[in-house]
Design a binder for this molecule. Structure first.
Ligand code: ZN
Ligand code: ZN
Length: 263
């Protein structure tokens, strides 16, 4: 295993530990955090299996080896929320061609496959391994996606930059775990830049979390403030404020890319 691959494995293990650490204090989000911890562990094992063979940047070549090691992750998903469990049971029965097609359709960016939680979960270890070796995956890039791998932003992070003025806003990719700089006053989905159309919402129970919404496209991204506390891992800590996502859905906003809870 290369040092870069070993970093990916330890990064996934750290996220599993963070989820386990937060779970007991998270009330309604305890079950999603425990599920996420198990998912990260399954992704670490999938990454380990992929790193033991030749790694291709082309999903056409990688889909076979990836699916050959997919079963433990799908079995974990059977322990998840009912709808996801049902999907996982179906996928465990898939013939090879169907399983492959599902991954390739998701990867093509087909809007119909946008909420395909299991394809995202299966592809993530592969894309993280490529990112660690700075090998760009073969994929058509679309507007508003990660400049490295074409993944969608599932969470954003804010921090105060000591050298520059004010805060920095980073979008975090749901696939490669990379981040990219993004203007604070702009919708990450449609590009709206009128501050009057970009409301943000918080509640006092979750002071570090914020809904950054857009009234033009009715989408939002969950933002985690890292200037209060540098320990959070945004994609994991996001789950603690799951209640905010439920509230946003009630208000008619849709998350640009679901977090680990699938919402
Ligand atoms: Zn990415
Ligand atoms: Zn928008």
């Amino acid at each position: 295993m290369t040092p870069a691959s070993a970093d990916v494995l330890s990064g996934l293990a750290k996220r599993a530990e963070r989820a386990e650490l937060l779970a007991p204090q998270a009330a309604a989000a305890e079950a999603p955090l425990r599920f996420a911890a198990g998912l990260y562990r399954a992704q670490r094992e999938l990454a380990r299996a992929l790193a033991s063979g030749p790694l291709s940047a082309d999903l056409d070549e990688q889909a076979g080896p990836l699916l050959a090691s997919a079963e433990p992750l799908l079995r974990h998903a059977v322990s998840g929320p009912p709808q996801l469990a049902e999907e996982a049971r179906t996928r465990l029965q898939d013939d090879a061609q169907t399983a492959r097609t599902r991954l390739l359709v998701y990867w093509s960016g087909d809007p119909e496959a946008r909420g395909d939680y299991l394809s995202r979960a299966l592809l993530k270890p592969w894309v993280e391994l490529l990112a660690a070796e700075r090998r760009r995956p073969v994929r058509d890039r679309r507007e508003g996606t990660c400049p490295f791998c074409g993944g969608l932003p599932w969470v954003s992070a804010r921090r105060i930059m000591p050298e520059s003025h004010g805060a920095q806003r980073l979008l975090h990719c749901a696939l490669c775990a990379g981040q990219w700089d993004f203007p604070r006053i702009r919708c990450a989905s449609c590009g709206e830049a009128d501050p009057d159309l970009l409301p943000s919402f918080q509640d006092e129970k979750h002071p570090a979390a914020r809904i950054e919404a857009c009234d033009t496209c009715k989408r939002y991204v969950k933002s985690i403030d890292l200037s209060l506390d540098a320990r959070p891992i945004p994609e994991v800590d996001d789950l603690v404020s799951l209640a905010l996502d439920l509230w946003a859905a009630d208000q008619g906003y849709q998350r640009i890319e679901p977090g680990l809870a699938g919402i």
